[in-house]
Design a protein around this ligand. Structure first.
Ligand SMILES: [Zn+2]
Length: 317
């Protein structure tokens, strides 16, 4: 009873599960928070299993659930290799299901990832100057604080660009024509076929190019959505019904995008927004981002009404 008063059903978002200790020297804390070490992840699963039912995404969408415990759904974004090598053994050990949302460009050997490439550039250099779309940018990168700030400014810039613009900007920043490839870090087609055979895993789409749909007109947004859906369906030989918005904030996923997702026949779409309601619109489902610091009582607090209230108040004022 108390459980039902404090908690609500929640969908959790993860990205990467690492083998060793996290490298917290990254110039950006939001990149650090993408990775959880597998021991910490296992502890989180143990805590979650104790207080919640960890169920499949399809179940939370389709049925009227009536259980003593609240329900939790686990999701992973982008399609990192460690979802297979480090997360899957833990998911299997505790028999907990998860959904993995794939950026399909990565399956076609186009494995450039702007956030890792700019992070590397910023960490290795002491200054950055470039001109982009008639605007001049100049950053001193001498201190850790400078580097963090630069990463944040560039990230907001990248999130508002389409794929070609992102690559142009990377060329201006790095002064290199070739993009760094992160193939080893990402799931391959074979990996995905293997994961798909596991009854615990559901595969969803995450656009083809990992672009915020708000940067694209309706036609190009539909192309991004359809392409990622089709590539996955052809590879897995089954329908793909679930979608996650890249970045997923209030800026990246609005009613317009949700209507487009519906139009291309997805059945659900998750954001990264924190909301009071659980699922009001199946195409704008709220999610909670979980990082390695969320353990024990902190993890439980994050899943309670108190945290939602705190976040919503913080956003308003
Ligand atoms: Zn993503």
């Amino acid at each position: 009873m108390l459980n039902k008063l404090i908690f609500d059903d929640s969908i959790l978002s993860f990205h990467r599960i690492s083998r060793g200790q996290n490298n917290n020297n990254s110039v950006n804390s939001s990149l650090n928070s993408l990775t959880i070490n597998k021991k910490d992840f296992e502890k989180q699963i143990v805590t979650l299993k104790k207080y919640f039912n960890i169920i499949d995404l399809n179940k939370i969408l389709n049925s009227k659930l009536n259980s003593k415990k609240r329900n939790i759904v686990l999701t992973f974004d982008d399609g990192y290799k460690d979802n297979l090598t480090n997360a899957l053994p833990i998911l299997r050990k505790y028999k907990v299901p998860a959904t993995i949302y794939i950026t399909t460009r990565f399956l076609q050997n186009k494995c450039n990832i702007w956030w890792y490439e700019i992070e590397k550039f910023i960490s290795k250099n002491s200054q950055l100057k470039f001109k982009f779309l008639d605007k001049s940018y100049s950053f001193s990168l001498k201190s850790k604080k400078n580097k963090k700030r630069c990463f944040e400014i560039l990230s907001s810039l990248f999130k508002e660009l389409n794929y070609n613009q992102q690559n142009n900007l990377l060329r201006k920043i790095t002064k290199k024509g070739n993009r760094t490839q992160y193939k080893k870090e990402l799931l391959s087609k074979q990996d995905l076929i293997f994961l798909n055979k596991n009854y615990l895993i559901t595969i969803g789409a995450h656009t083809h190019n990992h672009i915020s749909l708000t940067c694209l007109n309706n036609k190009d947004s539909i192309l991004e959505l359809k392409k990622s859906k089709k590539i996955l369906e052809n590879l897995l030989k089954k329908k793909v019904y679930h979608f996650a918005y890249p970045y997923g904030s209030k800026k990246d996923a609005t009613l317009r995008e949700s209507n487009l997702v519906k139009k291309v026949k997805f059945k659900s779409a998750v954001t990264t927004q924190i909301q009071f309601h659980k699922i009001k619109n199946k195409f704008l489902i709220p999610r909670l981002h979980i990082n390695s610091k969320d353990q024990g009582i902190i993890l439980l607090l994050k899943l309670s009404w108190f945290y939602k209230l705190y976040q919503i108040i913080k956003e308003k004022f």
